[in-house]
Design a protein around this ligand. Structure first.
Ligand code: SF4
Length: 425
């Protein structure tokens, strides 16, 4: 009998990309052949962080089913809405975030019996980190999952319900995988998780130091940190020679009143203090952020504060999100919802401010040399590209033998999205 083919589609964060890589390998081990498209089975690893992300996942599920594929849905969306997901025609298996290691077996069972399989375990206090080592396909940058879950319950956020309580991978296991990745030739490791500041109850700085000491690791990047988790010890990690000068600190709002309503654990003064201290350690720091527009009760004045703080912080990139109601969260019951049109206008204002600030940050780099880790794929226009240590996308012309290497590039032009330059030999 010919082997079944399977393809994968991933929505959401870096952690989901890591999980999909694990699923891809576990399906191969069970005899599936991974295909790009037109596969017999399509696995959709979902995101439910906003109403829009859940909607995009539903569209992808329906589109795959219309092509005649048997659809498997996993990840955050079924974890919070399995009944809704299993009713979508064409879905043969549904799992949450706690059944990754068994998903390929569940799919084989559904294919054999012809009966849909639904396995979504609820989260429980004290649940353990699910060990999932991954051979990653891209040989430049590897994502390494060190933690999962969050117990902060920000009032707008569905993630604690979808991902469950915080649990951390053991330092030994993290180091083992990091060493293996370095031996396989990876130049950069990105530490990822749902809320990695919770790693080992305050042990993230020690872990960063230990991974940073691995011989042969050229770059270590910390994916995203909640502002209140940025301790002096963590900022000291930016002094390590291979730790990237890039922090992603979600601001979410520049109004203290809204931050309190969001249940965030910092105020603007603390946020700006951290930014100032980080810049003293790393003057060229790339500082990226997420900002929500139109949280319930957000006035014009509150929103202007977000714009002002964003400008003062000098973000190198802003990810702007429209607030969307996530049923079951505390903010879903808040009154004084902001009209859709106003939310859209505010998101547009944030996007244009983001472009202006990125452009300004990029212009500061012109005429200087930066190390770029060259990616495997060429851009559509034939240029090579990669990221600098401070997370600026840099494009330049060059030969294929530069792929996968860290090279020096002189930045010549700055745009709002990236910079272009010339490779130094
Ligand atoms: S810290 Fe807040 S926003 Fe981040 S995952 Fe936890 S609850 Fe969600």
């Amino acid at each position: 009998m010919p082997k079944k083919t399977v393809s994968f589609r991933t929505f959401g964060c870096k952690q989901n990309r890591y999980d999909t890589d694990f699923l891809r390998e576990s399906f191969e081990r069970k005899g599936f052949v991974v295909a790009e498209d037109d596969a017999d089975v399509v696995v959709i690893n979902t995101c439910a962080v906003t109403a829009r992300s859940a909607q995009k996942c539903r569209q992808a599920i329906r589109a795959a089913a219309r092509r005649g594929a048997k659809v498997v849905v996993t990840g955050c969306y079924p974890q919070i809405a399995s009944d809704e997901v299993k009713e979508i025609p064409g879905v043969i298996a549904v799992s949450g975030v706690r059944e990754r290691s068994r998903l390929a077996d569940l799919v084989l069972e559904a294919l054999e019996t012809g009966a849909p399989v639904v396995e979504v375990k609820p989260h429980v206090a004290g649940e353990e980190f699910e060990e999932t080592e991954v051979q990653q396909p891209d040989l430049t940058r590897a994502f390494l999952k060190i933690q999962e879950g969050c117990g902060d319950y920000c009032t707008y956020c569905i993630v604690p319900y979808a991902r469950g309580p915080s649990r951390s991978r053991s330092p030994e296991s993290v180091i083992r995988e990091a060493e293996r990745l370095v031996q396989r030739g990876y130049k950069e490791i990105v530490l990822t998780g749902t809320h990695i500041g919770l790693y080992g109850e305050g042990n993230l700085p020690r872990l960063v130091e230990e991974v940073g000491r691995i011989e042969g690791l050229i770059r270590l990047r910390i994916s995203s940190l909640e502002p209140h988790d940025v301790t002096p010890e963590l900022l000291d990690c930016l002094r390590l020679p291979n730790v990237c000068h890039h922090l992603h600190l979600p601001l979410q709002s520049g109004s203290d009143r809204i931050l309190r309503m969001m249940g965030r654990r910092y105020d603007v003064a603390l946020f700006m203090d951290i930014v100032g201290r980080a810049r003293r350690v790393a003057p060229d720091l790339g500082l990226t952020t997420d900002i929500i527009a139109g949280f319930p009760g957000e006035t014009e004045e509150d929103f202007r504060e977000s714009l002002t703080v964003a400008r003062e912080a000098g973000f190198s990139r802003i990810h702007a999100f429209k607030y969307s109601v996530r049923p079951g969260t505390r903010a879903a019951a808040f009154e004084d919802k902001v009209p859709e049109k106003v939310k859209e206008e505010r998101v547009s204002a944030l996007i244009s401010l983001g472009r202006e600030l990125s452009g300004a940050f990029h212009r500061r780099l012109v005429g200087r040399d930066f190390e770029v880790l060259v990616e495997d794929d060429r851009e559509k226009d034939g240029l090579l590209a990669g990221f600098t240590r401070n997370y600026v996308r840099c494009r330049f012309s060059g030969e294929d033998d530069l792929k996968g290497k860290v090279i020096s590039v002189t930045v010549q032009e700055a745009g709002p999205l990236d910079v272009t330059g010339s490779a130094r030999r």
